[in-house]
Ligand binder design. Structure first.
Ligand SMILES: [Zn+2]
Length: 282
């Protein structure tokens, strides 16, 4: 028995790790509460035991996500899509722990994005993931991270696909909007994951806490919802669980925010990713 919310329900940023975590069980829980669609982001490479030396080393990380999405598609009433990329925190591991020069780390991470873009080009993934550290780093590492992010925008422009970003906590990313524009990618197709209720410059993927969602709903602006569920048994309390987005949709609908639910689960996903969440629900 599932709770039918009478609307598509998309979690824009979730991880699935069938090897270490709950995998499809988490998807079944999402579905039971009324969830219909997922964007599944690959885990950081080091969480899967991969310490890359060359771009091809990212390939198994991406393939694991593609496999998890195929399994999720067997239980979702709508569907799931992979979002593939290189976690910006990797630069710190490469530079501080493995002795890479920032420019060499930059080139390896850009190469990883090139590999991710092949999957988008083959219609095996929907979008790319990039960004910059949310913690203080040296100028060299910051510049290298911005260069990696710009490369993701250039690939997004070439492939006509959206780019999800991990960034510092902020409600103003007009600097990155200008970079996207310059790279030929519409900034509205760049999504800041883990966003607060409002964001200047890019499209916010709002962490599904009530206070943030209320601000997003009231803004009248495009937004999407997410949990950043990590599917890691060692970090159960770190982020919101897989039930959260459907639960918060029910809460929004109960508070008269029908228009905001449509904005977050139909209109913004269509505008950003080119997906039709209504058509894919049977
Ligand atoms: Zn994440």
């Amino acid at each position: 028995m599932t709770d039918d919310l009478d609307t598509p329900v998309l979690d824009n940023h979730i991880h699935l790790d069938p090897r270490h975590g709950r995998g499809v069980d988490a998807v079944e829980e999402f579905v039971r509460l009324g969830g219909t669609h997922l964007l599944v982001v690959n885990k950081p490479s080091w969480h899967l035991g991969v310490e890359p030396d060359e771009p091809a080393d990212f390939r198994p990380v991406f393939e694991e996500t593609i496999d998890a999405v195929a399994t999720a598609n067997e239980v979702l009433p709508g569907r799931a899509w992979p979002v593939l990329g290189v976690h910006p925190g990797l630069i710190t591991r490469l530079v501080d722990e493995r002795g890479f020069a920032p420019a060499v780390a930059r080139d390896l991470m850009c190469g990883g994005l090139d590999v991710a873009s092949e999957f988008v080009d083959d219609d095996e993934a929907l979008a790319l993931k990039s960004g910059r550290p949310h913690y203080d780093v040296s100028d060299a590492v910051w510049d290298a991270s911005n260069a990696v992010t710009r490369h993701a925008f250039e690939l997004g422009a070439d492939l006509d696909c959206a780019v999800q970003l991990h960034t510092e906590a902020t409600e103003d990313l007009t600097d990155l909007a200008a970079v996207a524009e310059d790279a030929g990618l519409d900034p509205s197709r760049v999504v800041k994951h883990y966003a607060a209720g409002r964001l200047k410059g890019l499209t916010p993927s709002v962490m599904s806490r009530k206070d943030r969602l209320e601000r997003a709903a009231a803004s009248g602006e495009p937004f999407i919802m997410e949990t950043d569920f990590v599917d890691d048994p060692e970090k159960p309390g770190m982020v919101l669980g897989p039930k959260t987005v459907p639960r918060r949709v029910r809460w929004l609908l109960g508070n008269g925010h029908d228009e905001a639910v449509r904005r977050a689960h139909v209109e913004t996903p269509a505008a950003v990713y080119g997906i039709d969440t209504e058509a894919t629900v049977e």
